[in-house]
Write a protein that binds this ligand. Structure first.
Ligand code: OAD
Length: 249
């Protein structure tokens, strides 16, 4: 197969994980030098951790925000954004579901995106629940919101032990129900519910494709596994370009 997305397939759902941002210089979570090798998840990425030590957790995410802002989208992110343009221009439906919180997909030009694990560029008040864009990088202490309760602000991230944001799972499942193809890129396939979406797509008879540097834990669930780096594989293989000499071939 030359292309992942073929001409008749106009309804596409893509799901990405940390692997797609690796070539931008953002650490993945698992494996050698992964973020979770140097941090205990329950000490930085859980509601209990934030209650116990809000300053430490706030600073952990502040450092990650600074890092993400200093990185640029790579050819993998750009190819996904280009695929969306192509599908949209052809009158199809496209949804990008990302587990990443680094904002690189939107900076690459992706429009229809669900950030299912939240965003480093958003903050939420623990008292009133208001969510707002926040790219500030110089606040060593978690600030208080100016609502009547003066609630502490926290990263708008889905931590371990928390549910996805209301409505996200319904929107994701509804897009998969309607899609022709479900493409999963750069994720180890161990964190649920994201890792289980391929089962859902399979149960509906959808075509499922995985692009990953190493075989993920759930590799046998995909119709097709393409082993390689997203930034190299996607520009060549995600969809056919009109201009044979141009970008990505
Ligand atoms: P992981 O770090 O678990 O997995 C990254 C995957 O990307 C691995 O399977 C790598 O082989 C692959 N990979 C690395 N470089 C790649 C490249 N250049 N091209 C393609 N693939 C590459 O990251 P996730 O699966 O995204 O959750 O982790 C899922 C969730 O676990 C994260 O969203 C985060 C974490 O705990 C929260 O923080 C809620």
């Amino acid at each position: 197969m030359d292309w992942i997305v073929d001409a008749p397939e106009k309804k596409v759902v893509v799901m990405t994980g940390a692997g797609i941002s690796a070539e931008s210089g953002i650490q993945t979570f698992r494996g050698a030098n992964g973020l979770w090798e140097n941090h205990r998840i329950e000490e930085v990425a859980s509601p209990i951790a934030f209650r116990r030590d809000p300053v430490m957790v706030w600073n952990f995410y502040l450092q990650r925000r600074k890092q993400a802002l200093s990185c640029k989208p790579n050819p993998g992110h750009l190819a996904v954004a280009e695929l969306e343009k192509w599908i949209t221009a052809a009158g199809g439906d496209f949804l990008l579901v990302t587990q990443n919180v680094d904002g690189l997909h939107t900076r690459a030009g992706s429009k229809h995106v669900i950030e299912m694990h939240g965003s480093l560029m958003m903050t939420r008040c623990i008292a009133c629940g208001q969510v707002f864009p926040d790219e500030r990088t110089e606040m060593a202490l978690p600030p208080r919101h100016n609502c009547t309760e003066k609630g502490l602000l926290r990263p708008h991230i889905v931590w371990f032990g928390e549910s996805l944001f209301p409505g996200d799972m319904e929107r994701i499942e509804s897009a998969i129900e309607k899609c022709d193809i479900f493409i999963v890129i750069g994720t180890s396939g161990v964190v649920y519910p994201a890792a289980g979406l391929v089962n859902f797509a399979n149960s509906l008879g959808k075509r499922t494709v995985c692009v990953n540097k190493e075989a993920p834990a759930n590799v046998e669930l995909f119709d097709i596994f393409i082993q390689g780096e997203a930034g190299k594989e996607l520009p060549k293989r995600l969809f056919p370009r009109e201009n044979k000499g141009g970008n990505g071939k």
